[in-house]
Design a binder for this molecule. Sequence first.
Ligand code: FAD
Length: 459
Amino acid sequence: MTESADEPKNTKHVVIVGGGFAGLHCARKVAANPDVRVTLVDRHNYQQFQPLFYQVATSLLSAGNIAFNLRSTLMRHPNVDVKLAEVVSVDLNSHTVHTAQGGEYQGDYLVLAAGSEANFFNTPGAAEHTFPLYSLHNAESLRSRILAMLESADADNSLIDKGALNFVIVGAGPTGAEMSGAFADVLLSWKERKAVHKVFWDLPLDRAQVFLVDAGPAVLGAFSSKAQEYAARTLTQRGVQIRLRTKVTEVGEAHVTLSDGTRIPTHTVIWAGGLKASSISGNLGLKTGRGGRIDVEADLTVPGVSGVYALGDFANIPGKDGQPLPQLGSVAEQSGKWCAKNILLDVAGKPREAFRYLDKGIMAMIGRDAAVAEVGEHRHEVEGAIAFAAWLGVHAALLSSTIAKIEAFMEWAWWYFGGARDDVVLDRSEELQVNWHEDTEERAEAVKQLQDAGQSRTG
Ligand SMILES: Cc1cc2nc3c(=O)[nH]c(=O)nc-3n(C[C@H](O)[C@H](O)[C@H](O)COP(=O)(O)OP(=O)(O)OC[C@H]3O[C@@H](n4cnc5c(N)ncnc54)[C@H](O)[C@@H]3O)c2cc1C
């Protein structure tokens, strides 16, 4: 499995770990130079488009709309070799990566772009019992679980008291807000619920509950207070029960416990509560920074070793004010391209340049006809239907091929004008295997608490 070095003598070899936004854009740009060859190592043979995971989970898009084969994506670059392997350790000094499959790849340059994974902040039960949303597999599992809950509640209405139709989202950042908005569309809004009713005509969907829980004081913490208020107001009007300044203290098989003592019976807890660098960052022999990420120099190199770069979600990349840039697709994409530029400068014997991030703004979808966008560095704010249309346009534009963009638009049009969603097949029957009997004694108390809370809100 160890590669043979039979390339032409002057060819420089770049090994990239991770084919996400950062690694892929780096590979494409650096491979435009025929004097460089690239080995891109990823544990998946596809690039996943994370911003649309929640739409896969709620059956608006299918997996094929948001995952793109890396070999096909890079086929116009004969000097890029894609290897499907899990990197388990890295020798920074020799620029060598070792894989779980026994492979070894050594380059003149090493690019670490392994992204991030869920951070459960040591919350008891969270790793075992929640659905994070950081991989395509996560999104598909969650979709199956949602469908399994609808099927179970339809087969036996008494399971609704045991939390079958309670959905709890932890974390009110963009991922949590988008996820709860999508739940509100599917389960709580009268208009869209019709689509679910067509197939589950006997299911009392008016008993579905969606909770959004966050330890912080606002929904969409990184946005302006006006955008935060708009998001919270819209979600509340659509039926989402928002619990701010409230922590999740423990997650069980059939419930979640909050710091105010509330215990919500549920079998579907979605973890959008935080992220940290992909676990391989702990095997590099480096002192890691915030979120387990690698603190990099302004030119994206890893301090103390030559020829090693860290990018995207895997790195703390200093912005203009010296503070780390946020974990965003645009930061990952731009840092990938900049890294390629610096490698090519290095190959040409020229000095590397400090990364300059072009801040195009931030946006979040709240649901049908509702989104917020803060455009540009000066954060010009747009909300409502215009921001909703802009969100769809921007996210379609970021998809990697023309066919993917057209297909996404067609799915969105079917949904927007016809209310149609993917015809979901429950092919992961393991998601039906939940323990309906956990907490039998405490369940009655939990249900009572929820009913009391509902009465005091409406009363
Ligand atoms: C649910 C969700 C919604 C989001 N929404 C938005 C949004 O609306 N707008 C926005 O700008 N950003 C959004 N983001 C953030 C954005 O997706 C990330 O910032 C971006 O994907 C980071 O790119 P990356 O290349 O650094 O990492 P990733 O895209 O995560 O790619 C990392 C790659 O490394 C591979 N990898 C990891 N470990 C290993 C290993 N040990 N061996 C081999 N391969 C490995 C992975 O398989 C993956 O392909 C969202 C993120 C999530 C999770």
